[in-house]
Design a protein around this ligand. Sequence first.
Ligand code: NAG
Ligand code: NAG
Ligand code: NAG
Length: 646
Amino acid sequence: MHLESFLVLLMGVCAVVGEPTVADASPRSSVWPDPFLARLGLIAADAAPGPQQEPTSSSGDVKDQGLEQSQAETIAMLEWLVDTVAEATTAPAGTFAAAPDAVPVLQDLGHAARSVAITPASEGEALMVHLNTVSRLINQLPGGEASFPAVRRAVVAALVLRRLRHGAFRPPQERTVQRLLQQLWTRHRAAAREKGIVEFAHVSKSGGTTFCQLAERNGCATESFAANKNCEVAVFRDQPRYVNGTVHVALRKGRKTQCDRPNKPMSLRREYSCAQRKRMLQEKRYTIYANEYTAVGGRLSPQLAHSCGNMLTVLQMRHPHSRMLSHIHHVWGTYLNHCGADREAVYFAGGHEATDWVRLLPAPLNNYLVRSLLGEKVFNLPAGQITEKHLGLARIFLAFQYDVLLVLEDSDLSNTALSYGLGWGEHELHVNAAAPDSGSDDGLPSNLDLLYDLNRLDVELYRSGVLMAKLDAIVYDAAQEVVPEPKPAAAAAPAAANAMAAANSTATAAGAAVAVANATASTATTTAAAITTSYAKSTTAAPGAVAVAEATHDEEFVAARRAMRGHDFRRRQQRQAHEQLGQGASTAAAAWVGAGRRGRAARWVADALGASRAIHTPGDAGQAMEPAGNGAQCGWVGQTWRKQLL
Ligand SMILES: *[C@@H]1O[C@H](CO)[C@@H](O)[C@H](O)[C@H]1NC(C)=O
Ligand SMILES: *[C@@H]1O[C@H](CO)[C@@H](O)[C@H](O)[C@H]1NC(C)=O
Ligand SMILES: *[C@@H]1O[C@H](CO)[C@@H](O)[C@H](O)[C@H]1NC(C)=O
């Protein structure tokens, strides 16, 4: 027994001692901090002409698509990030749904970051003071599940602005800056561990299917990794919605066709709150799930829309033009599969020009990314009704609500985010993500300009998102000095040891992701209550508004759904069953325990009690002490157990 503790301790020490050696191999310090300007493709004012100064954008494709941002545009965006955090009190209600208490600290942080950005090189002392203030305020932010991706982005933005305008940091400042970046990352990972579950915001046709399969290879657990399930949880009804059903039906003109019902019709969802979602996911011991519809909470107002900040939120973006064309290809193919000859004879009898397509697919062809972040009200607006105001809101939510950003076009950027944002060792994200769009123009309208114009706001949001992803990458780069890059799991994963550790961790880690093998309704309710309480404690209007909106949704939902569904008996039965599901925690818990295909990690946990015996052999104990992020437990979210051991 003593020997076992000693081994655990010894392995822990080895892991810590082992970590810095990786960083030693990197020549980062000699060229630092210009690499972080390079991450953004920026050129410092003091840069001498030479080959080094060529902005090294990590992807040529992005440039080819005419997306190269002007330096001025980038700077404006960096300033916006700092200002937005400094003015946190004016942020829309949904922004801080998960951590309303943080607002005063955020404001101070924003102001301190501003000071960093404008302090000239001659005032070295002052700069150190501001850097230390930023660091101290970061430590004052609420801990636990709360994460502050916008703080990370604003602080890095301030450092970049300072570097651009006032020259390179001097060596002692360099060290302080590097430590600050590492502090930001350490907080990110600590929050990820507390969150315990990944929420993947799957914007359709942006590579989400591949991402879901990647999650399986990284040892995550969910309801189904099948390509047509996409890591979604059926009961949440987060499936994608493309087709305006009214338009589809109208095109039939009363005729009987092979596809009277549209595929992927737009419809409202019975919405579970984030607290409910998390509780249900914990009960199933899932470590990832995907939402392929739109953010929650935005039924009444986009101001209240939010991702589930009680989980590690991931958003994958793709350039809106290729995403949109991919949608057209997909739906064109789907209509052939479902309708056969009726595709051209009935549904596209009037042609397939831009206006025909937009009428049929108002959301996918008109700022789908903006719609995806702003909840149901905006998602279901007719084409042409997305405004600059919506863009502004979506940009704030993107900065504040999404922990990890992936960019389909930029594999280097995405790989860094997978490694250090998620702790995943397996990266083969781009196997089939770049769908064979080119070659065939089947179904495409002759004039694409109209469609491009309809997605102008989405392109702007995408650009902002790519910049934020690059700021994140600067933090991830700094983290390499702290923790070695997560590696793909060994072929024979140490399943038994991990399962034991994961199962055991829950006994002590309150609110941890992985539920105890025999989770009861009462423990689940307690967790949910704790989350609700933390929302309710707020002094600002925001969370109350969110809660009220969620409560109102239920009645509104029933009415809306009834209107939409008519009196179709089978559907009504389903609806009633579904409503009952939400009536009480215990009912929900009981109904929730159904069949579902699970990934590796879930199977390990399911076998936890049997497997735990194996831990007493030194070999297995050793495997349990693999360095952080060996990828075998869904990265950072699956590693709450390790905190207990170290
Ligand atoms: C769907 O089509 C109907 C009928 O044309 C229209 O009234 C409605 O606004 C459309 N919905 C969306 C989201 O475009
Ligand atoms: C679980 O962890 C606790 C302390 O965290 C420890 O005392 C106990 O022995 C562990 N259980 C197993 C089965 O290892
Ligand atoms: C779960 O707990 C309940 C109540 O304590 C018990 O009756 C049941 O046998 C347990 N189930 C398992 C699988 O351990």
